[in-house]
Design a protein around this ligand. Structure first.
Ligand SMILES: [Zn+2]
Length: 307
């Protein structure tokens, strides 16, 4: 999930009024006096806000101790992996400002920050741009879910990494979410695919011309279909010519429109893409292609679009 960039300014205003948000800006002010058990369980340490900084992250957490160096290093590793995967950057540029990762100690704190739209989420990201550069990077995490590092961080970091490439433009929602979902764990990707297949069985999926033109998230009752179909379409296009060409397609689409960009990169228009994508979706599954869909070598196992 990525929140609207325009809300960043609202968030900055709200930060002046919401204690949790102010705590994020000045953690040392919030020694709430709560007690947390020490690792050996024999005594209690006062809980407070902690800050751990790495080259690209400022990780804020509340508890008896800061996040471990291993956790901080895992954030850096995931960022590097995603930058190489989608942008081909061997040494991605250091983020300035750093990405704030706020680990909320309670569900209430998390929802107060991200709003009710995040009720079903573990994490939420926020990016704001100003004068052609990114001026805010923030990921809020429901830290009551101990598996956030492996289940949710990759998705949100994918949003961040992609924002870096498309700093002058907001990505189409289907592209942004579809690419981020491919960073999700396998069980979550499969859940999205099941939602899509249910929609296809009922005939309620988006027409591609409709999906590609969506300026924003659809109504909540279509989120399952939207996420599943966005991920499926991105995965299908990546299978054809790899991640790098897909990113080129997105750049061309911003300048010339989807129809033109599809023809230049994949040699088909929207109608033909829809026909081939649907045929692939409803064909007997090829587990090798699915499991390795982000591995360029898997491309040989599928029919190229421009055949
Ligand atoms: Zn997302």
């Amino acid at each position: 999930m990525i929140r609207f960039a325009a809300l960043a300014r609202l968030w900055l205003v709200l930060a002046l009024a919401i204690p949790g948000a102010v705590g994020m800006l000045a953690p040392s002010r919030f020694h709430a006096g709560a007690l947390a058990a020490s690792p050996d369980g024999t005594r209690c340490e006062p809980a407070s806000w902690h800050v751990v900084e790495t080259a690209n992250f400022r990780i804020l957490s509340y508890g008896a101790a800061p996040v471990s160096p291993q956790t901080a290093a895992a954030c850096e590793r995931q960022r590097d992996r995603l930058a190489r995967q989608w942008l081909g950057d061997v040494d991605a540029e250091t983020w300035s400002p750093k990405c704030h990762v706020v680990l909320h100690p309670t569900d209430e704190s998390y929802l107060r920050e991200v709003g009710n739209g995040g009720r079903a989420t573990i994490a939420s990201s926020l990016v704001d741009r100003k004068d052609g550069r990114i001026c805010l990077r923030r990921i809020d995490v429901r830290a009551t879910r101990s598996d956030w590092l492996t289940t949710a961080l990759g998705h949100e970091l994918a949003h961040m990494v992609l924002a870096e490439r498309f700093v002058d433009q907001a990505l189409p929602r289907w592209v942004d979410e579809g690419m981020a979902i491919l960073a999700d764990p396998r069980d979550r990707r499969e859940r999205h695919q099941r939602a899509l297949k249910r929609a296809v069985a009922r005939g309620t999926q988006f027409r591609l011309v409709e999906l590609l033109a969506l300026a924003d998230y659809p109504p909540a009752d279509r989120w399952g279909t939207f996420y599943g179909q966005s991920a499926s379409l991105v995965e299908y296009l990546v299978e054809q010519q790899g991640q790098g060409r897909f990113v080129e397609f997105v750049e061309l689409a911003a300048a010339h429109g989807c129809e033109d960009a599809l023809r230049r990169v994949y040699g088909v228009g929207i109608g033909e893409l829809e026909r081939r994508w649907h045929r692939r979706l409803t064909a007997p599954s090829d587990p090798t292609a699915t499991a390795n869909s982000l591995n360029p070598r898997a491309r040989s196992s599928v029919s190229p679009l421009a055949s």
